[in-house]
Write a protein that binds this ligand. Sequence first.
Ligand code: SF4
Ligand code: SF4
Length: 338
Amino acid sequence: MTTSPQLLYHRAPPVDPERVLFTFPDRILSYRCRGCGNCCKGHGIGIDATGGELERLTGAYPALIPFLRRRGSTWTAFNPRDRCWFFDDAGLCRVETDHGRAAKPASCRLFPFNRIFRLGTFTVIDFNSVICPLHPGGDAPVAHADVLADIASVADPAVTGTPLPATDPESEGRALVLRERTVAATCFSAAASVSASVSVSASVSVSASVSAAYAAVLDRPPRAPSPTTLIHAHYLTPSMRFNELYGPRQYAARDAVVRALPAMTEAWLAFAADGEQLAQRPLTMQELTTLWSEQAPLLWVAAHWERAEPLLAPLLAGPPAARIAAVKAAPIRNLPLT
Ligand code: SF4
Ligand code: SF4
């Protein structure tokens, strides 16, 4: 059988297991989907049109046809309220209830491991740790092999082939995947060693820059988070790093962000320790993700404190609350930090 060139052009390239970065560990994280429905409250669902999903879904549910949208080569079905048409009152997906998991739209089948990016022949498989309550342990931790099998079942590049911006995608992809795989392995083994010896008090090495920022703004050193928060943070770190490098905050050249990431991670852990003191409990992976994304400008300044402090000095004379407000209000993007 021959395959038409047009079909070949529109199919997502396969994921080469030798050239993939998973930002999450193998067989560690579980999410035991109990239909919280967080992932079904967006404004549309991504459809594997290349793989024939458009015909299958509209065949089963003809009333969906008026709600189909096409942007470029991407097909979605929108829902005009804050809840998918198929999300029933029992918190279940009616497509899955009626026709089985394989019939669910591709983007839903892959969720929360549906953030799939390409740089040349390299692939990054990331996960949504904001919406889905992932946690280490559980009965059925997710295996990389199962995620790869799910991705292989999707044909449409709009679902599994988002290109990352790059001037030389192949060499940037190689550098990213090789470097971040090593970082991820270190983070995951650190999480395992903390969890293997829960009696060991949590400790993190804190850079001089983060310590100096805490001393200048809060008049005290940074604290270390509890072992549970630390384990969650170690498992999240590769994803936080990837999203800082390729997410919407493009405030510095990527190589400068790479250099800053270790100190930004230390500042994040210190913030997490402060957050859990307020909450009086360890922080979840969802909370830690939000903490990074909301406080990233402060993490960046803490990571460059030696260079930022002289510029911010006039703002640091008041009490700690006024100092932190002043630092946040400072034109951080314009600081000559790189
Ligand atoms: S957010 Fe996660 S746990 Fe909640 S319904 Fe979606 S997949 Fe299930
Ligand atoms: S199709 Fe099912 S899984 Fe996908 S958003 Fe709708 S209810 Fe949720």
